[in-house]
Design a protein around this ligand. Structure first.
Ligand SMILES: Nc1ncnc2c1ncn2[C@@H]1O[C@H](COP(=O)(O)OP(=O)(O)O)[C@@H](O)[C@H]1O
Ligand SMILES: [Mg+2]
Length: 460
């Protein structure tokens, strides 16, 4: 059980016990005050009006009758101990001889005594002088029935024990309930976590009514599920795309072979079939190569073969490779000169592959008369390479998806151009391996610009 619960329990017991002591003290004090008051009245009467017998009788015999809740009894005795006046019924209530012997020689403070019927009493006795010129003195005995007070205290004590019992049993129970209630969300989160498999990643934890800390835990958990669901979906979409893209060239080879074998063919016809099969096979092996590359690039074990390389040399190599095809397509290919040499620690073959992919995209999407430009700068310790074209551009809504695997703005073009939709995905993973980034910006009709950023030094 929690310490807070224990503290609460002790506090309640302590308060209840203290209140009991206060109540008992106050009741005693009010009894004592009542007795002192009565004694004072009688003492004054006997001193100042010793002959006012009616007044005395009223005070001793009648007044007590009028009191219903706190019965009291008074007896007045002369100097020889002979009773002069007594509250009616006093003798039946208590043993007067006992009263006399118990109070003899004591101060005026009251003492406890049991009545004839066992009822609790407080009794006191005092000597009072008679007349202003004291001639003799009488004795006043007063008894007051304190049954009501005793009963009240007894009831209070009962309550006290009741509360003690309740706090011993109820508090632990309530504490247990509260603890269980607090743990419930955690159990629900755990139960959901146990239920989740790859087939029901859609499940989420409802966090309504949870305390804020657990609601945020549930929220974090749900966000994780969201990410997992997304990656699972991506993977299954990817698998479906692979299957689809592999099937097309295989079907083509098979169809052509079947048609060719249906009857006897000339040597030239066989050559045609073999050439087109070879084309499909090349495409197939390129596709498989790209897929393997992406799979390896994602592995955390992939290592780069970094070497210090000159960026201008890299861009010139790419230009030399693509210049002829750009010229064929009627496109001018420009490599912008820059003032000082730029060097960086990069994986040469991977960077060549990335820039080549981008240049081939640029040429493929630029009409004759257009321009493809390569430029490089550095921003502190970051190299920036820009590949821009004056081509057809990419629709704004497609921009967020262009780096996705198998994404093509116009899927129907893929058959003609042999595009796979893996080029930009490969660029992105190469840059990620280098601790850099690839960004695509464009204006439809004004061409496209891809910006590559990579740190000059390998981050170790
Ligand atoms: N420079 C560009 N201009 C216009 N569209 C482009 C450019 N580069 C890429 N794209 C679009 O992005 C898609 C994805 O490119 P990529 O991943 O290289 O695949 P692929 O070139 O095999 O189609 C392309 O199909 C094309 O629609
Ligand atoms: Mg491409």
């Amino acid at each position: 059980m929690s310490p807070g619960c224990n503290n609460g329990r002790y506090a309640i017991r302590w308060i209840t016990a203290s209140l009991y002591i206060v109540l008992r003290t106050e009741l005693d004090r009010s009894t004592e005050l009542f007795l002192a008051d009565k004694l004072h009245v009688l003492r004054t009467m006997l001193r100042e009006r010793p002959d006012d017998e009616d007044g005395l009788r009223e005070e001793i015999e009648l007044e007590s009758e009028a009191r219903r809740y706190q019965q009291f009894y008074i007896r007045l005795l002369d100097e020889h101990g002979v009773p002069i006046m007594t509250t009616p019924g006093m003798d039946e209530q208590l043993d007067l001889a006992e009263l006399a012997s118990r109070t003899r020689g004591r101060s005026e403070r009251s003492i406890a005594m049991a009545g004839r019927h066992g009822q609790p009493l407080r009794v006191t006795s005092a000597t009072v002088t008679v007349g202003t010129l004291p001639t003799h003195s009488d004795t006043v005995q007063i008894a007051i029935d304190v049954s009501q007070e005793v009963e009240l205290l007894a009831r209070y004590r009962m309550w006290f024990w009741g509360i003690l019992l309740a706090t011993s049993i109820l508090f632990p129970l309530v504490g247990y309930r509260i603890a269980r209630h607090g743990i419930r969300p955690v159990e629900e989160i755990a139960a959901t976590a146990r239920r989740i498999t790859s087939t029901n990643l859609r499940e989420r934890i409802g966090s309504e009514g949870y305390p804020s800390e657990l609601a945020s835990l549930a929220g974090t958990f749900n966000e994780m599920l969201e990410r997992l669901e997304e990656s699972f979906e991506r993977i299954s979409r990817f698998t479906a795309d692979i299957a689809h893209d592999l099937r097309t060239p295989v079907n083509n080879i098979r169809g052509e072979a079947e048609v060719a074998l249906a009857r006897a063919r000339t040597v030239d016809e066989y050559r045609d079939v073999l050439e087109s099969s070879l084309e499909e096979a090349v495409r197939l092996s390129e596709l498989i190569g790209d897929l393997l590359f992406l799979a390896r690039a994602e592995s955390p074990l992939t290592e780069l073969h970094r070497e210090n390389m000159n960026i201008s040399e890299l861009l010139t190599t790419v230009r030399d490779y693509y210049e002829a095809s750009a010229t064929d397509a009627g496109i001018s290919f420009v490599v912008k000169e820059w003032a000082h040499p730029l060097n960086a620690e990069l994986d040469r073959s991977l960077m060549l592959r990335a820039v080549s992919n981008l240049v081939s995209n640029a040429i493929a999407h630029t009409l004759p008369g257009g321009t493809v430009t390569l430029a490089a700068t550095n921003e502190d310790a970051v190299i920036r390479i820009e590949i821009s074209d004056t081509g057809v551009g990419i629709p704004a809504e497609a921009i967020p998806s262009v780096f996705d695997r198998f994404f093509r703005v116009d899927p129907s073009r893929s058959k003609i151009s042999g595009s796979t939709g893996l080029g930009l995905a490969i660029v992105q993973s190469i840059l990620a391996l280098h601790g850099g980034s690839a960004e695509i910006t464009n204006q439809l009709g004004h061409g496209t610009r891809v910006t590559l950023r990579m740190p000059v030094l390998a981050m170790r």
